[in-house]
Design a protein around this ligand. Structure first.
Ligand SMILES: Cc1cc2nc3c(=O)[nH]c(=O)nc-3n(C[C@H](O)[C@H](O)[C@H](O)COP(=O)(O)OP(=O)(O)OC[C@H]3O[C@@H](n4cnc5c(N)ncnc54)[C@H](O)[C@@H]3O)c2cc1C
Ligand code: SF4
Length: 458
């Protein structure tokens, strides 16, 4: 088979990445999709996608996540999927990405403080499974690893594909595709010039926001597409919290909240069986991001300055922020409550849907996290007020979800788009439901399965 990959972004490697928080640089390596409803989601933008920006956590989904059901009793995951059936594909991806559990000596201080906080509250946690090799803890993971320590796709799958003859065309932005004979004509722009290419089989992998947009822009030529395209958009139950560690908690003088790794290398499944969510700590937040997060610091009056600007805030950033901040996030089996639609000029936009069950999930999460705070003596608050919860995330799932039939989803269990031969989706959008753990390993394992089945079809 001759394989051509069209990617809108540039092709970069270790020497191109910068250790910079300059928004102009960040926007070169990360796509920040800002929607009308104040939603801002982060996704990949270079050859290699968000594997360039991601924070390295790679977990297999626990069995319980595969068995999640919607209110009607329908299992979200098709019956072909379980932890046991996906395990061989997980193993393949883990070998490619060199995923392994970190040793304690590799955990930055932020991870140690997270573990100590949970221990003080009587909760368990464990060292994370990561795709970093000999990481030097420079703390610029989201900007692209300058040292090739993070095993992004540019170090494994992409060179392997190229060694077998695949061609990667960078700076090639796909607008839409149209059925043509037994295949599809893909219309795209390369360096501002309109181009087209015919494909016998088309695999769409634009991610949770851009794949539904690509399908919706192609709908005039694909009228039988499922009505689920763009619906059920899910942020994996991500809900971030921050706390200020009391001075007596630990010797924090050498702790630099923003150093280490962007992911603090720990994970807690303490609440998994009972409440359906995990906890994972970030490294530090950049002070500018931190300030933006506290545009409305309700509930933090005792520990945070009243405003996220001015002298009082400046002193806080100088004295308290570097040494005493702890930040972490939940990931859980939460319902999607947004949809990807087409906005101006055919660009993706995100709109709200019913969030009743999502709010019930947030209530549960907050109740449990506040209890951890109380028991450990750390005041913990969500980084966003409730009405803005889930308005930013890097986990963008289920907008073209997989299902047994077109009545419930967009693609079948083999990733094949209902109603259209030789058209597949193999990315985060095809995942049927929230995972409750970091998603990249499962997205890749499902993609491995989709491709294996497609090749077996001949
Ligand atoms: C900062 C950050 C940290 C993260 N940390 C973790 C983590 O620790 N663990 C974890 O499991 N996950 C993490 N994630 C999430 C994870 O990286 C994503 O879930 C995963 O990469 C999604 O894979 P994907 O193939 O669906 O999409 P992507 O990796 O986003 O790839 C989609 C690609 O399609 C391209 N594209 C889009 N539209 C077009 C078009 N019209 N034409 C041509 N090309 C197009 C994009 O440029 C992009 O390269 C993180 C993400 C971010 C942004
Ligand atoms: S912290 Fe590690 S993985 Fe992240 S950019 Fe630095 S060396 Fe690379």
């Amino acid at each position: 088979m001759k394989v051509v990959v069209l990617e809108r972004g540039e092709r970069w490697g270790a020497n191109d990445f910068e250790q910079s928080d300059d928004p102009r640089y960040i926007q070169k390596v990360m796509d920040i999709v800002v929607a009308r409803s104040t939603v801002a989601f982060r996704t990949g933008k270079l050859v290699g996608g968000a594997s360039i920006n991601m924070d390295g956590g790679h977990f297999r989904m626990p069995s319980k996540a595969f068995d999640a059901k919607e209110a009607s009793g329908r299992r979200y995951w098709p019956s072909a999927y379980s932890r046991a059936t996906l395990d061989p594909y997980y193993a393949k991806v883990e070998a490619m990405l060199k995923v392994r559990q970190f040793a304690w000596t590799e955990i930055p201080k932020a991870g140690g403080l997270f573990a100590k906080m949970l221990d003080a509250a009587g909760c368990s946690c464990e060292r994370s499974r990561m795709n970093y090799t000999d990481c030097i803890h420079c703390g610029f993971c989201s900007q692209g690893c300058k040292f090739d320590k993070k095993q992004s796709l540019i170090l494994n799958y992409i060179p392997l594909a190229e060694s077998k003859g695949a061609e990667f065309r960078a700076k090639s932005t796909v607008d839409h595709f149209e059925p043509d004979g037994t295949g599809y004509v893909v219309r795209y722009q390369k360096d501002g010039v309109a181009k087209e290419i015919w494909a016998q089989r088309l695999f769409v992998g634009g991610g949770g926001i851009h794949t539904p947009a690509l399908l919706l822009r192609s709908k005039p030529w694909l009228p039988a597409l499922s009505t689920h395209v763009g619906e059920h958009f899910n942020n994996n139950g991500e809900h971030a919290f921050v706390g200020v560690l009391p001075p007596e908690f630990d010797d924090l003088s050498s702790y630099q909240a923003f150093m280490g790794m962007d992911n603090a290398g720990m994970m807690s499944f303490h609440f998994w069986d009972s409440e359906g969510f995990s906890l994972h700590p970030g490294g530090g937040l950049e002070p500018s991001v931190f300030a933006a997060s506290f545009a409305d610091p309700s509930g933090m009056d005792e520990v945070l300055p009243k405003r996220s600007w001015g002298l009082e805030y400046k002193r806080f950033v100088e004295k308290v922020y570097p040494h005493r901040i702890i930040a972490f996030s939940t990931l859980g089996l939460a319902d999607g409550h947004r949809a990807v639609v087409l906005g101006d000029g055919g660009a993706p936009d995100i709109v709200d849907r019913n969030r009743t069950t999502y709010d019930a999930y947030l209530d549960r999460v907050e109740r449990n996290v506040f209890a951890v705070g109380q028991k450990s003596g750390i005041k913990l608050v969500p980084t966003t007020p409730r009405r803005l919860a889930g308005t930013t995330s890097a986990h963008l799932l289920t907008s073209c979800r997989m299902a047994e039939s077109v009545a419930d989803g967009v693609v079948d269990p083999e990733g094949h788009v209902f109603g259209y031969d030789n058209l597949y989706v193999c990315d985060a959008s095809a995942i049927p439901y929230a995972m409750g753990v970091n998603p990249a390993l499962s997205i890749s394992a499902v993609a491995e399965r989709v491709v294996e089945k497609a090749i077996a079809k001949g």
